[in-house]
Design a protein around this ligand. Structure first.
Ligand code: SF4
Ligand code: SF4
Length: 297
C-alpha cells in the first residue's frame, strides 16, 4: 500500500504527548482559508519555491525545458507548463526549489518513523498529520498498525471529515485522536471550509461512544473561529457528548503567511497571535461551560 506524503518531522513536540515523529499526508477535503500547510492541501505533487533561499541567479530559468519559470525580483512558476520533471530542483544552487509530495510504501514510512523510537520515552511516539491524514485512510491504517506492532504509541491529527468506515478502521491502531472542531454552526462551516460539519460531529460522537481517547482542538483564527458564540457553542456541545472531555484552544500562528507569499496567494486572515488576556477570556468560557480538562499549549 502506497501513500502520498509531503513531510516527515522528527522530534516534534506539538503533535501529541512527548517527543514524536510526525508523518504529513497530502490531500484534504476541507478548504480552511487559514490553512497552516497549504503545500498539503492537494494530493498531487507540487513545485515549491522559497524566495528566502533564492539567489536570483536565473539558473533554473535557463534549465527548465518547458519555459515554466520566469525571474524578476523572484521566480514565478507557470503551473500549467510545469510537468514536475525536477530538473530545476537539481540545478538550483540555493535549494530554493523543491518538489513536495512523494509516494511512499507504508512499510518504508513506518520504518522511517520508528528510527527515533529510542527517543520516544514513555509518552512519545508516532503521529499522522496532514493535509488530512484520513484522506488516505487505508495507508494510514497500515502505517499505524506497523507502529503499534512495534510497541510504539500512535496518534492521529484529523478533522474527522471522512467516511465512518475510515474512522472505525483507525480505532484499533490509534492510541490518541487529536481532532479539530473548528466551527459549530453548519452553515458557517460550509461557508468557510466548503462542507458542513455533520459528518465530523457524527464521527466524533461515535469515537466517544467507542471509548477512544479523544482530544478536541479548536484553532483560534481571528474573524473565522475566534469569537465567543463559536467557542462557547463548541464547549457546550462537547461537554454534552462527553462530560469528561479534553479540550485545547490553539492560538493563531501567523508564521504561515510567508508560505502564501511564496505561492503568490493572498492570505485572508488579518491580525496576529491572541494575547494572554484574550486567551484568558476563552478559557473562562470553557470553565463556564463545564469543560473538565482544559489543555493549554
Ligand atoms: S519541475 Fe521541470 S518543468 Fe517544472 S519548472 Fe522545474 S524544470 Fe520546469
Ligand atoms: S536556480 Fe534557484 S537560486 Fe537560482 S534563481 Fe532559480 S530558484 Fe533562485
Amino acid at each position: 500500500m502506497t501513500g502520498v506524503i509531503f513531510d516527515i518531522k522528527r522530534f516534534a513536540v506539538h503533535d501529541g504527548g512527548g517527543l514524536r515523529s510526525t508523518l504529513f499526508l497530502k490531500g484534504c477535503p476541507l478548504h480552511c482559508p487559514w490553512c497552516q500547510n497549504p503545500e498539503g492541501m492537494k494530493r498531487a505533487p507540487w513545485l515549491w519555491y522559497s524566495p528566502q533561499e533564492c539567489l536570483r541567479c536565473g539558473t533554473c530559468v535557463a534549465a527548465c525545458p518547458h519555459g515554466a519559470l520566469t525571474l524578476d525580483d523572484r521566480i514565478h512558476v507557470n503551473r500549467e507548463r510545469c510537468d514536475l520533471c525536477g530538473i530545476c530542483e537539481k540545478t538550483c544552487p540555493g535549494g530554493a526549489l523543491e518538489r513536495t509530495g512523494r509516494e511512499i510504501e507504508a512499510e518504508e514510512a513506518a520504518r522511517i518513523l520508528l528510527r527515533d523510537r529510542v527517543f520516544f520515552g514513555e509518552h512519545g511516539g508516532v503521529t499522522l498529520s496532514g493535509g488530512e491524514a484520513l484522506s488516505q485512510w487505508k495507508f494510514a491504517v497500515e502505517v499505524l498498525a506497523r507502529c503499534k506492532k512495534a510497541g510504539v504509541d500512535t496518534a492521529v491529527e484529523t478533522c474527522l471529515y471522512a467516511p465512518r468506515e475510515a474512522v472505525e478502521a483507525m480505532i484499533p491502531v490509534t492510541d490518541h485522536f487529536l481532532i479539530d472542531i473548528k466551527i459549530l454552526d453548519p452553515e458557517l462551516h460550509r461557508k468557510y471550509l466548503g462542507v458542513d460539519n455533520h459528518l465530523i460531529l457524527e464521527n466524533y460522537e461515535m469515537l466517544v461512544r467507542r471509548g477512544a481517547d479523544v482530544l478536541v482542538r479548536t484553532p483560534l483564527i481571528p474573524d473565522y473561529t475566534a469569537f465567543e458564540d463559536n467557542i462557547r457553542g463548541i464547549a457546550h456541545y462537547i461537554y454534552g457528548v462527553d462530560p469528561d472531555a479534553e479540550y485545547e484552544l490553539l492560538n493563531f500562528n501567523p508564521l504561515c503567511r510567508s508560505k502564501y507569499a511564496a505561492l503568490e496567494e493572498e492570505y485572508p486572515v488579518e491580525g496576529g497571535i491572541l494575547s494572554a488576556e484574550e486567551m484568558a477570556v476563552y478559557y473562562a468560557i470553557l470553565r463556564e461551560e463545564g469543560i473538565p480538562h482544559i489543555i493549554k499549549e
